[in-house]
Design a protein. Sequence first.
Length: 448
Amino acid sequence: MKNIAVFGAGYVGLTSAVIFANSGYNVTLIEISPSRLKKLEDGKSFFYESGVNELLAQALSAKNLSVTNNSEQALKNAEVVFSCVGTPDNPDGSSNLQYVFDVAESVIKQTQDNVIFVQKSTVPVGTGQKIEALFKKHSRKISYASNPEFLREGTAVQDSLWFDRVVVGSNNTTAANLVLDIYRNVEKNKLKLAKLAGVKPKRNTPSLYVKTSRNSAELTKVTANAFLALKISFANSIAKLADAAGADVVEVMDAVGSDRRIGRAFLNAGRGYGGGCFPKDVSGLISSAEDYGVDLPIMTATTDVNESMPGYIANKANNSLGELKDKRVAVLGLAFKAGTSDARKSPGVKLANILDKSGALVKAYDPHASQEAKQDLRSNIIISDSIQDAVKGADAVFVTVDWPEFKTLDFSWLKSKMKGNIFIDAVNAFEADELKSCGIEYIGVGRS
Ligand code: UGA
């Protein structure tokens, strides 16, 4: 098994393609966007992700990877086809599966017999069953495997090399084993690949290879994301109580999370979750459950709490400033989290827009995501090209992403640039005492 085709050069598709290619497979990556394709041909990814460009350059020069928009050519010799295309949300919250079915159609028309179709795109449970029915309708001998992806943006390469688990769900055991073998091979090569990518190896914990039914694998993906989103909204709910009652949510979650049954991860309160996955996957889960006649009020509550957080933080600032109207404010952080240029559904963007709507004069800065955020920012908001420009003369500074350059800010310097002295830590990443000692008033989320 040598020849792999990957559909879609997004975070999942491109990362997977360059990792498979550098693990010894012949990979063809199919990308239909002309601008993304042009960048790939020049050896550059269209997004910022540590290590991906290095692996891309290496795979292209070793000729283990080719990029094309011609699926016919790519699928001719493919033995395994990975679908990594987007499943954006429809206005009603359900997942738009158009691209996924387009890939299935190409596979039906353009592959040889006995190919394995691997679904890596995030799809609602039941999608694989529909695609298998299509294969059958066209009398095609294609095996279907669901292989959900768990990598995080910002640490995509490391997560793909040091994975907690690979899940493969298929009704065909041979196909499932062949897909798992690809990951075993990646795991064998992980140190070499980390070196090529220039990323730090992660702590060595055992990687699990999990075989499930097709439907269970599909449901595992959205359930994992929904549970993480639930943890964040739970922490944010407790943060509101901590604010009201005079407790510190960071202390609470440190203590609560030290119970190994609970765990500390994803209990960081702040401006809430964003990005291309959690908001879409939670609404997709609610919508697909409805299709099966099942209510998930716990997930609706998760969304509601999340939506409330930027406004809650703006309100806290309003109370400290007297009012927001005509105040100069800086928003540091437009990416949906640190380590990425992705600004989709970014909480920092939402907060900047709320501040602008409240009449504040907003300047925003992000080291990597300004361009991507621009289209979602209200037109009055000025995008600064440096921290210094953003904070100059500000009455209040909001930090909405824990980028290293924000975490290592010199607070005396900051105070000297600002007009006022209010610092809103929307990611609970700073110590109040350090700011206080420089004459800055600290406002966290749930840290009264
Ligand atoms: C998430 C999952 O963590 C991945 O396992 C999954 O593969 C991916 O979605 C996907 O479905 O493709 P990602 O969206 O890249 O990964 O980012 P996360 O690190 O999970 O963060 C999501 C959001 O939650 C960010 O806005 C982050 O700032 C926020 N967050 C995270 C919190 O507000 N609090 C926390 O404690 C943790």
